[in-house]
Design a binder for this molecule. Structure first.
Ligand code: SAM
Length: 268
């Protein structure tokens, strides 16, 4: 891997970044006071950026590095780990194993962690949960492990469904306690467990604009008084979601934040 090390940062060398791209850089990265520009071959560079140095570096296995750096994530009563860190689940915590892969939801994103935390604040024994935008299935599986009788995860991306099913198997969720299907609200949901499509709890990690569009449908899928957990919301977009919840008559609206991300809970 050929890397050109240019002293400075993206900020101090803002005017020179275009020169790197024009010279054929395939990627730029800033690390420890250096701009690292990736090239396929050594090239003659314009004078303004000749104060750097060409380096041949060993290829990096990004995936292996990402996996090696994963740590357990504690979210309320639940600790989320990749399969190789099962032994690090603390005694007394509910262990949730998620294989990091193609579907969103390893637990390392603030929104997933806050949603698992919000689920773990509830008494879920015997409850039914609808998880809209299930991704890796992490929230539906967390719900089942926390005692829910049935958690249905829906996602518009078909790639997520076998991944979520496999994650449920890896967590030894008893047959029938979770189900996953391609789809979204407004589609026919399987009626074998929740015949009327009305659930005790609804959780959705999507984004503010979509919550605004779907909030009317949330009402139709949540029993009166049932908890609604919404995340994927940038704090700057909170008024949009709060306005939508007011419009549909949700009560007890509460917000928690982590950095730029927010989670909103409310009651139908
Ligand atoms: N639930 C997981 C979590 O909390 O980590 C994954 C959340 S990920 C941010 C959002 C997921 O929602 C993606 O898998 C995406 O395919 C799905 N999605 C996006 N729009 C959707 C919609 N209208 N209906 C259902 N799923 C949707």
């Amino acid at each position: 891997m050929l890397v050109y090390h240019l002293p400075g940062t993206f900020e101090t060398r803002e005017d020179h970044l275009d020169l790197l791209w024009e010279a054929g850089a395939t990627g730029l990265e800033e690390r420890a006071g250096l701009i690292r520009a990736y090239f396929d071959e050594e090239t003659e560079l314009p004078p303004l950026i000749r104060d750097g140095e060409w380096r041949q570096e060993a290829d990096q296995d990004w995936l292996a590095e990402f996996k090696a750096n994963l740590r357990p994530v504690q979210a309320g009563r639940v600790t989320i780990v990749p399969p190789w860190l099962r032994a690090e689940i603390p005694a007394g915590q509910v262990g949730l194993v998620i294989e990091p892969g193609m579907a969103f939801g390893t637990g390392h994103h603030a929104t997933t962690r806050m949603a698992v935390e919000a689920l773990s604040d509830l008494k879920l024994d015997g409850q039914t949960i609808l998880d809209v935008g299930t991704g890796s299935g992490v929230l539906a599986i967390a719900g089942a492990l926390l005692g829910a009788e049935y958690a249905l995860g829906v996602d518009i991306d078909p790639i997520t469904i076998p991944i979520a099913e496999e994650n449920a198997r890896d967590n030894a969720v008893p047959e029938g306690r979770t189900a996953f299907m391609v789809g979204t609200l407004g589609d026919d949901l399987p009626g074998d467990v929740v015949a009327d499509g009305v659930f005790d709890v609804l959780v959705a990690n999507l984004y503010a604009e979509l919550h605004d569009l779907l909030v009317g449908a949330y009402v139709g899928h949540l029993r009166p008084g049932g908890p609604l957990i919404l995340t994927g919301i940038l704090t700057g977009k909170l008024p949009l979601v709060q306005g939508a919840l007011d419009r549909e008559g949700f009560t007890d609206v509460q917000v928690r934040t982590d950095g730029e991300w927010a989670l909103v809970t409310a009651r139908a």
